[in-house]
Each structure stands twice: as C-alpha cells, then as structure tokens.
Design a binder for this molecule. Structure first.
Ligand SMILES: *Cc1c(COP(=O)(O)O)cnc(C)c1O
Length: 381
C-alpha cells in the first residue's frame, strides 16, 4: 500500500458491529465483562479504547511501523519515551529543539537523575563525542524548531547502533508524508499530533511509533501506568485529520516554497531559514531524507530589531499570531517571546533564536494572498 492509500485505509477496518465506515466515538470508560477477565478485548479506557485503537493503528501504518500509541499531548508522548530510562542514564539531544521538550528534559527529568547533553547535530558525527558508558538515548528533531536545521538521520542511526543507543526522532515538522525515520533505522518516532497530523488546530495530542516489540511493550506499559492517554473524541478528530494529510502537505510545501522565495528576495529581510534553499547548509541531506521541504520557515529582518518583529506579527491580517503550527491556517510566531521563552536568552541566541526571528507555519490558503499580506506588513518597517 502506498502513502496516499495508507492515510485513508492503513490498518483500518469498518466497525465490526455496525459497518460504520468511520470508527464510532466510543465515549465509554469501561466495558461489560461476561465473567471476570472474560471480555471482548477492552476492559478500561486508560488501557485501551476502540476509537483510540483505530487511531493508533493509523499512526503505525503511516509511519511504516508495527506499533502505534496515542497520548494526550506531544509532551505526554515524550514523557512516556523518557520513562524508558532510569536515574544515571544520559541522553544526547539536539540543542535546537522544541521549547517544551527542553523544559521537560531540564526541569522534570533532570531532577530524577537523568542527564541531558544539548549539542549541535548539523554535523551528526558530533554525537559520537558525547557518548559514554551511561549514554542510553539520542534525541533527534529534524527539521529543527525554529531554525529549520536538518540532522542526518541515517548517520545518527549508524552512531546509535554502534553504541547500542535508542534513537528517537521527533518527526512533527516533517510528518510521515515527507520523512520516515523508522525506514532509516530509528527506534522510535514521536509526533505532536496537535500539528500536521491533526491539521486543523482543534486538538492536542501526541504519538509514538516503533517496530520493536520489546520497546512497544514497555511503552504500552508506561502509557497504561502513567495514564496520559487521549480521549475518544480527540482520537476521532485526529483520525479524520490524517485522511487528508497527503493533500494538505502537498499544498503546505507548495506555499512554503513560494513564501520562502518571496521573503529571500525582499530587501528588508536578512536571513531566511528553509531547507529547500541550495544555500541551506544541509540542503543535500534534506533532499536525501525528505520528499519535499515542508511549510515551516523562519526569517530575520535587517537590523535584527525586536520592535520590527513585533510590528510585523501585529500587522499581518491573514497570518494569525499564535503558538502552534501545522494547521490549515497560516500562523506566525515570535520564538524569543513565545515558544522559546523558556530557554535562557544566552542559550537561545547561541542556537540562532535572535530578537527579530519570526517563525511561520504556512497554511493552505492561496499563496498570492499570503504574499500580499507580507507585502503590506513589511512596507511598515
Ligand atoms: C508542539 C511540539 C511538541 C509538543 O507537543 P504538544 O502536543 O504541544 O504537547 C513537541 N515537538 C515539536 C517539534 C512540537 O512542535
């Protein structure tokens, strides 16, 4: 089965009791048992719920994985993966990563004795420099948020396998439409399904996918034990979102390219970060491991002034100033004061999140309208 068919039919079956084409929203916490322990596969909705099962199967299918798990948020999924570790273990993570991931690593898990190294991975060989006998996990986010750096997944896999480390890839920005880390040898793929998989800015959810039965069993056990699951209504919404992932992504990529090129040619724009440019430092790797370059773009303005960035985000009419990304509507964010405010200023600037940096999630509107919107906002500088 190819991708466009998988998003609609992958590991799905019609409801066995009624033939309903879409899985019903099984809004129930518990299930009747015929005799103690004798039931139809469901006993309590923290452990499993049929609507969630349908979604978890879809997650697995679109990422070319065997096992899928759904959570109440992307961070709940991250929480589950890191709980595979124990006190004294070390994680090597990319330094340019989602602010909330940085926060849970440094402010929650660090206090349980797990050590995190935040390093530049644009040259994946650098991972090797931080491996020691306590290293257990490598955390890769590519493209990175918000600098759109590209990390070589194949090379990260090679290093991880050599040292017997678990390689986790946060595939939120790329989605399985653009990139399939499991095919390249990653152990676990993580998603904030809140973003492109849901795709309509109406639900918060997370996902994990793996091909390894032993890892899957441990993740299921943590999911059930910690309990950060998503409800049946949210499962239904994301399942519906996934069915149009391929057509949405196609347009996100097409619009993304148009806006990136427009911004790069604008005299008031300084740098544009988008992996589709030949000048992007890891453009060749992006071309190799991704099918297209996505709809996420960051840029800075000439003079790098905070007030210019604020003026732009306040005056755009179609772009909405908001956290999040990956929905049908175009969103704009100012990482230094929004998504990355939890990262100390010094650390933030070291990775490129300067005061004038603006991050765009390009939606699926008409690209002419999006460009026109920028034309009027940039004219105000
Ligand atoms: C949003 C996001 C997360 C966190 O997911 P939530 O659903 O907000 O909990 C993690 N990683 C990336 C790359 C994200 O964009």
């Amino acid at each position: 089965m190819k991708f466009n068919t998988k998003v609609i039919h992958g590991k799905q079956e019609h409801d066995p009791s009624t033939g309903a084409v879409m899985p019903p929203i099984y809004q129930t916490s518990t299930y009747a048992q015929i005799s103690p322990g004798k039931h139809k596969g469901y006993e309590y909705s923290r452990s499993a719920n049929p609507t969630r099962t349908a979604l978890e199967n879809s997650f697995a299918s679109i990422e070319n994985g065997e096992f899928g798990l759904a959570f109440g948020s992307g961070l709940a999924a991250i929480d589950c993966v890191v709980k595979l570790l124990k006190s004294g273990d070390e994680v090597i993570s990319t330094s340019d990563l989602y602010g909330g991931t940085y926060r849970i690593f440094t402010q929650i898990f660090a206090q349980y004795g797990i050590k995190f190294h935040f390093i530049g991975m644009e040259n994946a060989e650098n991972i090797e420099n931080y491996v020691n006998e306590n290293t257990k996990m490598v955390w890769v986010e590519t493209p990175t948020n918000p600098m759109l750096n590209i990390i070589d997944i194949k090379k990260s896999v090679e290093i991880s396998k050599r040292h017997n480390l678990l390689l986790v890839v946060d595939n939120t920005f790329a989605t399985p439409y653009l990139q399939n880390p499991l095919d390249l040898g990653a152990d676990v793929v993580m998603h904030s399904a809140t973003k492109y998989l849901g795709g309509h800015s109406d639900v918060v959810m997370g996902a994990l996918i793996t091909n390894d039965k032993e890892i899957a069993d441990r993740l299921y056990f943590i999911q059930k034990s910690s309990g950060a699951v998503c409800g049946p209504m949210d499962s239904f919404l994301v399942l519906r979102g996934i069915k149009t992932l391929h057509v949405r992504m196609q347009r996100h990529c097409e619009n993304g390219k148009a806006i990136a090129e427009y911004l790069a040619a604008h005299p008031k724009v300084e740098n544009v970060y988008w992996p589709g440019f030949k000048t992007h430092p890891n453009h060749e790797i992006a071309k190799e491991q991704m099918r297209d370059f996505g709809g996420m773009i960051s840029f800075t303005t000439v003079g790098n002034k905070m007030e210019d960035a604020i003026k732009i985000v306040e005056n755009l009419k179609i772009f909405t100033l908001a956290e999040s990304l990956g929905g049908v509507e175009s969103l704009i964010g100012h990482p230094a004061s929004m998504s990355h405010a939890s990262i100390p200023k010094e650390e933030r600037e070291r990775i490129g999140v300067v005061d004038s940096l603006i991050r765009l999630s390009i939606g699926i509107e008409d690209k002419e309208d999006l460009i026109q919107d920028f034309e009027q906002a940039l004219a105000l500088l």
